[in-house]
Design a protein around this ligand. Structure first.
Ligand code: GKR
Ligand code: MG
Length: 448
């Protein structure tokens, strides 16, 4: 068949129209959702104060990977996920697996991204949810089933720490920003390494943000000193303050049991990961009668049958970065209910996009009734990468951000600066031990 120029134009025009109708729906054909066109990954480094944990000392930066998905219809979905070169590379490799797929097909993502790691899945899924929300003018929490609550409770995350202008930190060759001593320090919390200093920090957190639950990051000082800190917190905050302690499995079984027995005198909400492994956790739980929680011994669906058998926990900390994204964490809801477990959220150092994600997620899991963890209050002033002021924490709660998708957007200048910092500082993974060994040369990270 011969086709003249007019016929050809009419046909190709029709093809273009048909294509866009398939993409968006034209009133007759609404079954084809917007599809992913491009993926952009931006590794970033954000200033991190010298917070202490069983892993060592944070800083001078923490890393994150930011994901942007360009989608049909002129929409861009954004996501934030765990940092580090391996996740950056995984996200780069994800590109060819996801381009052309629907932003609504988040279940399919775990299949096509399998083998690239949970952090990669979490970043892509989040950007898809943001894009899907923008496409239908809905918030992410509406898309995934609707919110069970309008705001989400968070716990104060109390860390022992060094002052931000500690000379070893300032002398670190990886520091590439203008931080310095005194007024030029990253923050003004100073050193917190005694029970009194910890109690003062907790009061400041409570007065500033209205927290009612307080988690002490343990596994740093002598266990007895950490116990004293908890008693100091109880004195400073009053009997209604809900306390938690998390030594990140740096305690031996007898230590965990002995300290646990003392903890029964406090208003302890739960005892988080004092020891390593589900069997040892179950022994501590039996010996002390305390409520126990974890983000270390149940971190995947495959761990659940054993946990049901051994009974190591009462509360599970979920995290969309490693529990299979929003879909995985939401699936934990009914499982936790059937197991008799409560749910909370685990956190690592993060920026505002993850903050928004954690609010949407916690709002949309009815079973998630324990205050969630967040490192957000430790994010240095002016270093968030979202547009406008940082998300507000009031009365210990955060409201679901307004607007479609996640309800937050990226500030291009701040993002560019954080990427430049990543390039210049040379950090490519988390390594708390190296800074700790320079500050405390005898430190080994051994068990107490
Ligand atoms: O930020 O040092 C830290 C924490 O210790 C973090 O790495 C943990 O993963 O917050 C976490 C926890 O609850 O174990
Ligand atoms: Mg923990």
């Amino acid at each position: 068949m011969r086709i003249d120029r007019r016929g050809w134009l009419a046909m190709t025009g029709a093809a273009v129209l048909a294509q866009s109708a398939r993409a968006w729906g034209d009133g007759k054909n609404r079954v084809n959702p917007p599809r992913i066109k491009k993926l952009k990954v931006t590794p970033i480094a954000l200033p991190d104060p010298p917070l202490l944990a069983a892993s060592g000392c944070h800083g001078p930066y923490f890393l994150r990977n930011m994901v942007e998905l360009e989608v049909e219809g002129g929409i861009t979905g954004i996501g934030e996920t765990v940092g580090g070169e391996r996740t950056t590379e995984a996200l780069e490799r994800a590109r060819k697996r996801i381009v052309g797929r629907s932003v609504f097909a988040t279940h399919e993502l775990s299949r096509v991204l399998s083998g690239l790691g949970m952090g990669c899945l979490a970043g892509v899924e989040l950007a898809c949810l943001d894009a899907a929300g923008k496409a239908v003018s809905s918030r992410v929490c509406d898309l995934v089933g609707g919110p069970a609550r309008d705001s989400v409770e968070f716990a104060a995350y109390l860390f022992y720490r060094y002052a931000a202008d500690h000379p070893v930190v300032l002398a670190d060759s990886r520091v590439v920003d203008g931080r310095g001593k005194g007024a030029k320090a990253l923050d003004d919390w100073g050193e917190i390494r005694t029970p009194d200093a910890m109690a003062a920090a907790a009061r400041r957190m409570r007065d500033q943000f209205g927290f009612r639950a307080f988690k002490l990051k343990g596994g740093v000082l002598e266990p007895k000193r950490e116990l004293e800190s908890l008693f100091a917190l109880a004195d400073a905050l009053g009997k209604d303050a809900r306390l938690r302690i998390d030594p990140n499995a740096r305690w031996r079984l007898p230590t965990a049991i002995a300290i646990g027995k003392e903890l029964t005198r406090l208003n302890l909400e739960y005892y988080e990961d004092p020891v390593a492994g589900r069997s040892a956790m179950a022994e501590v739980r039996k010996a002390t009668g305390l409520k126990m929680s974890t983000n270390m011994c149940v971190t995947a669906f495959a761990h659940i049958p054993d946990a049901l058998k051994l009974g190591p926990i009462d509360v599970l900390l979920c995290d969309h970065h490693y529990f299979g994204g929003f879909a995985g964490c939401q699936a934990l809801g009914p499982i936790a209910r059937a197991a008799g477990w409560g749910l909370s959220q685990h956190s690592n150092s993060h920026a505002g996009v993850t903050m928004a994600a954690m609010i949407h997620l916690a709002a949309s899991i009815p079973e998630l009734e324990y205050a969630s963890d967040t490192h957000y209050p430790w994010l240095a002033e002016g270093s968030d990468v979202i547009e406008g002021p940082r998300l507000a924490l009031k009365d210990g709660r955060m409201a679901i951000p307004r607007g479609p998708g996640l309800g937050v957007s990226l500030d291009r200048d701040r993002l560019a600066r954080a990427h430049e910092t990543y390039v210049k500082c040379g950090m490519r993974g988390r390594d708390d031990a190296s800074l700790m060994k320079r500050i405390e040369p005898g430190w080994t990270g051994g068990l107490f």
